[in-house]
Write a protein that binds this ligand. Structure first.
Ligand code: FUL
Length: 496
C-alpha cells in the first residue's frame, strides 16, 4: 500500500513529502525508509560547510564598543587602510575553513554597503577608504577563492527612527536583506541575532523599544523573499533553519541531535533544526579592540573537536582591525590551526602541500556482522570516499557491528563517523573497541560515544584537550552501533 504523508514544518519551510512503502513493490534496491524528520537540500549543503568564519567589523571597530547606541556619527567610520576582504578569506581558508559570514550591519544600524534604506552607511564615513563596499568585495573574494559566504544583518536597529513599527520591517529590514541577497544567489547562510530590541537612539527618540522577535520581523515572508533570490541560503536563528548551540564558548553536546534546541537537541524534535556553534578566536569581544590577543591553535583545535566533531557547524569569529584586515597574530594562529587539522585529521587545507594524516580505514579489510539485502549496502562503502553510499543493515536490526583489520598494527588516535542525514539522524548509542593482537578487545572513549549525525569525531583517548597523545596500536578496530531510532546507516568512517 502506498501512503503519501506530509511532514509538518514551520510556515515558510518547504514541506517534506515522503513515501511509506510497506510492500516495497517499487523499491528494487530495498532502500531504507527515511527516519523523520529529515533535512532540506539547503540544510544538507549548509552542514557540509562545517567550519567557517565570522567577521565582526563595522562602526564598533572604530568606537571601541561591542554594542553601539545608534547615534554614532557616520564620520567615525574611518578605516586606516583599504579594507581587504580577500585577505580575510584567504587567511581563514588556510585554517581549513570553507566559508564565512561578514557582519555588514550590527545593532547600531550602520550599514557596510551603500544601501538605499538609510543614510547611516559607509558612503557617509570619512577618510580615504570608507567607500569600500564590504558586502560586494567580501562576496567577490569568497567566490574567487571558492569559499561559501553570507551576511549577518542585525534585525535590531537602534539607529532607525522606524524601529518597532511595521514600516521598519517592510521598508528597512526586509529591503536590506533583499539588497544583500542580490550580492550573490549562492549564499549559504544569513545570520540574525535574537533581536528583541532594547535601549537606543532610534532617530533621536532615545528610548527603549522592545519587540517580540518571533512575530515582529515577518520571518515567513522574509524567508520566502530571500529564498527566491538565494535558494540555498539557510536562515539562521529567527529564520529557524539552523539553531544557536546555546553558548558562545564553542562547544556542542556530547549527545547532539539535529532536532530540538541548544547543546543536545531533542531526539523527539519534529523538524530539522541543526546546531551551529559560535565562538571567538580572540580574547575579548566580538569586535576588534586594541590589545586583545589571539587564542592558541591548540585551544582552537579542541574547540573544533567539540563542535564539528559533535554534529554542529563551527563559526569562529576573526575580527578585522581598524585597517580593515586580520592582524598578523590572527593570520599566524589560523595557519597553525590549519596545519593541525591537516596533520591530525587529514583535512585538505589551502596552502599545505605536505601529506596529511593517513586514513587507515582506506587500507583496512572491512567486514560487518550484517549487510542489508538487495542493493549496495556493503560495509566497505564507508571508506569509498562517496558521501552518497552507505553501509546498512536490515530494517529489523537497530544494532550493527563493523570491523576494520590491518596486516600490521596501526597507531590510531581519532575515528570520524558520518550518517547519511538525508535519511534522518538515527544512531543513539555506539561503542568503539580496539585490539592489539586481533583477539582481545578494549573499549575506548567510553561515555562519549552516543549520537553521530552529520559528523562525529571521537578522540580515542576521550580527551578533547589532549587528544593527540601517543595513540593506540591497533590490529583491529570494531565499531558497534548499540542503539538506533531505525536501522543504522553509516556513510563514512575515517581512522587516523
Ligand atoms: C549577538 C550579538 O548581540 C553580539 O554582539 C554578537 O554579534 C553575537 C554573535 O550575536 O546576538
Amino acid at each position: 500500500m502506498l501512503a503519501l504523508l506530509c511532514g509538518l514544518l514551520p510556515m515558510g519551510m518547504s514541506a517534506q513529502t515522503f513515501e511509506m512503502n510497506d510492500e516495497a513493490p517499487n523499491n528494487p534496491n530495498n532502500e531504507p525508509r527515511p527516519c523523520h524528520p529529515v533535512p532540506s537540500e539547503r540544510q544538507i549543503l549548509w552542514n557540509e560547510t562545517e567550519f567557517y568564519a565570522f567577521y565582526h567589523y563595522g562602526m564598533n571597530t572604530f568606537t571601541g564598543k561591542e554594542w553601539g547606541n545608534g547615534d554614532e556619527q557616520e564620520s567615525l567610520y574611518n578605516p586606516l587602510g583599504k579594507p581587504d576582504p580577500e585577505q580575510w578569506v584567504t587567511s581563514v581558508k588556510a585554517a581549513g575553513m570553507r566559508g564565512g559570514i561578514a557582519v555588514v550591519k550590527h545593532h547600531d544600524g550602520f550599514c557596510l554597503w551603500p544601501t538605499s534604506t538609510t543614510e547611516h552607511n559607509i558612503t557617509k564615513g570619512s577618510g580615504a577608504y570608507h567607500n569600500t563596499n564590504i558586502a560586494d568585495e567580501f562576496a567577490k573574494a569568497s567566490k574567487k577563492h571558492k569559499m561559501k559566504y553570507g551576511f549577518y544583518v542585525s534585525p535590531w536597529d537602534c539607529n532607525s527612527i522606524h524601529y518597532g513599527t511595521d514600516k521598519y520591517v517592510t521598508d528597512v529590514f526586509l529591503k536590506q536583506c533583499e539588497e544583500l541577497a542580490t550580492y550573490g544567489s549562492d549564499q549559504f547562510e544569513m545570520w540574525f541575532d535574537g533581536a528583541n530590541g532594547g535601549k537606543g537612539y532610534y532617530g533621536g527618540r532615545n528610548t527603549n523599544v522592545s519587540v517580540d522577535a518571533s512575530i515582529y520581523y515577518d520571518i515567513p515572508n522574509l524567508r520566502a523573499k530571500v529564498h527566491t533570490i538565494a535558494p540555498n541560503c539557510v536562515m539562521w536563528g529567527v529564520g529557524n533553519e539552523a539553531r544557536w548551540i546555546g553558548n558562545e564558548a564553542g562547544y556542542s553536546g556530547v549527545t547532539c541531535w539535529a532536532m530540538g534546541d541548544r547543546e543536545s537537541g531533542d531526539i523527539n524534535g519534529w523538524y530539522w533544526h541543526p546546531g551551529e556553534s559560535d565562538a571567538k578566536a580572540t580574547s575579548g569581544g566580538w569586535f576588534w579592540h586594541s590589545g586583545e590577543t589571539m587564542k592558541s591553535s591548540d585551544l582552537l583545535f579542541k574547540t573544533y573537536l567539540e563542535t564539528v566533531g559533535r554534529n554542529a557547524t563551527f563559526i569562529l569569529n576573526c575580527p578585522p582591525n581598524n585597517y580593515g584586515i586580520l592582524p598578523d597574530a590572527t593570520v599566524n594562529e589560523l595557519k597553525a590551526l590549519g596545519q593541525k587539522l591537516h596533520d591530525r585529521l587529514g583535512l585538505d587545507v589551502y596552502g599545505i602541500t605536505t601529506p596529511g594524516a593517513t586514513d587507515y580505514a582506506k587500507t583496512a579489510t572491512i567486514t560487518a556482522n550484517e549487510e542489508r539485502t538487495g542493493g549496495n549496502y556493503q560495509a566497505s562503502l564507508v571508506a569509498d570516499g562517496n558521501k552518497d553510499t552507505y553501509w546498512a543493515v536490515n530494517d529489523e536490526s537497530h544494532t550493527g557491528e563493523i570491523t576494520f583489520e590491518w596486516d600490521a598494527q596501526k597507531t590510531i588516535r581519532y575515528v570520524v563517523l558520518q550518517e547519511p542525514i538525508r535519511l534522518g539522524q538515527r544512531v543513539k548509542d555506539f561503542k568503539i573497541e580496539y585490539s592489539t593482537d586481533g583477539n582481545s578487545w578494549t573499549e575506548l572513549a567510553s561515555g562519549i560515544t552516543t549520537t553521530i549525525g552529520y559528523k562525529r569525531i571521537i578522540p580515542l583517548n576521550g580527551d578533547t584537550a589532549n587528544s593527540y597523545g601517543t595513540g593506540y596500536k591497533a590490529k583491529k578496530l570494531r565499531i558497534s552501533i548499540t542503539d538506533s531510532r531505525a536501522c543504522p546507516l553509516i556513510s563514512n568512517i575515517n581512522i587516523f
